[in-house]
Design a binder for this molecule. Structure first.
Ligand SMILES: Nc1ncnc2c1ncn2[C@@H]1O[C@H](COP(=O)(O)OP(=O)(O)OP(=O)(O)O)[C@@H](O)[C@H]1O
Ligand SMILES: [Mg+2]
Length: 256
């Protein structure tokens, strides 16, 4: 599905990613990406999504080279992401934040609206229904008409996932989806991810909450100072001496 070949990225003299290579396949529902603060996890996601261009190396998705594609085209190839900081539009309603996401249907609308307004009307109805289904899954239906700016921090994180779901992605990159949200909401999020996995969606998850990584991820990749130092199951990661060393040398932790 996703392939990274020898990715390098630096900011000025700061070498942030060094020779990072791995492949994610469709068989692993949720892959974790962990590592101490500043190890390059978010940078890696930004490179995959096209928000940063790498200095060297290649990124492929389903065999297609992504390197020359802008971020919006990468989304239409089945790849999507949420950000460490929320990007929703606070002045729009919760529902509008979903219906405003460009979907493949939207892309056809301009041409079709000229020839077939009825078809466009039907597509708009489908988009509304899809958005309402997503709000139902996220338990946000009662807030559909509320301004998105009035949502709690945790609810905003859920809405971010809803925005991603509108594009029917095959693989979703989630950067710290549980940061700053309460344990009850974390468990809701786990259920939502499990439902989406059953529907065929796959996830690549950056997360500092180690028990959650162990619970959710079948495979874990560990970055340390921009280098991939481990690739395997969560249980083995916790015992790996390089991983332990990386965390001991930082402010992070490894679950006992
Ligand atoms: N746009 C940028 N310009 C300059 N330096 C950057 C930029 N983005 C990231 N960096 C640097 O790259 C390094 C890795 O940052 P990154 O955000 O990828 O780490 P991270 O693993 O996501 O950390 P955290 O767990 O704290 O979110 C840091 O030294 C950071 O300062
Ligand atoms: Mg980060």
């Amino acid at each position: 599905m996703l392939e990274l070949h020898s990715i390098y990225k630096s900011f000025g003299g700061n070498q942030v990613l060094r020779d990072v290579s791995f492949a994610l396949d469709n068989k692993t529902p949720i892959t974790g990406l962990i590592g101490p603060n500043g190890s390059g996890k978010s940078t890696l996601f930004h490179v995959v999504m096209g928000f940063y261009s790498q200095d060297k190396g290649r990124v492929l998705f389903n065999g297609q080279h992504l390197d020359t594609l802008p971020p919006e085209k990468r989304c239409h190839s089945g790849l999507s992401c949420t950000f460490q900081d929320s990007r929703m539009l606070t002045f729009m309603t919760v529902l509008e934040n979903l219906t405003a996401i460009p979907t493949p249907q939207h892309g056809e609308s301009l041409v079709k609206s000229f020839f077939s307004p009825l078809l466009v009307h039907r597509q708009e109805k489908e988009i509304q229904e899809k958005a309402r289904d997503i709000l139902e899954l996220l338990s946000l239906s009662s807030l559909a008409d509320a301004p998105a700016g009035s949502l709690s921090y945790g609810q905003r994180k859920l809405l971010e996932i809803g925005r991603v779901m509108m594009t029917d992605p095959q693989l979703v990159l989630l950067d710290e989806p549980t940061a700053g949200i309460n344990p009850t909401l974390i468990q809701s999020l786990v259920k939502i991810l499990e439902t989406l996995v059953q529907r065929g969606m796959r996830f690549f998850l950056v997360e500092h909450n180690m028990p959650l990584v162990s619970q959710l991820c079948d495979r874990v990749l560990v970055l340390d100072a921009g280098e991939l130092i481990f690739d395997g199951c969560a249980t083995a990661a916790k015992k790996d001496k390089n991983v332990i060393q990386a965390y001991l040398g930082s402010d992070g932790y490894v679950e006992a």
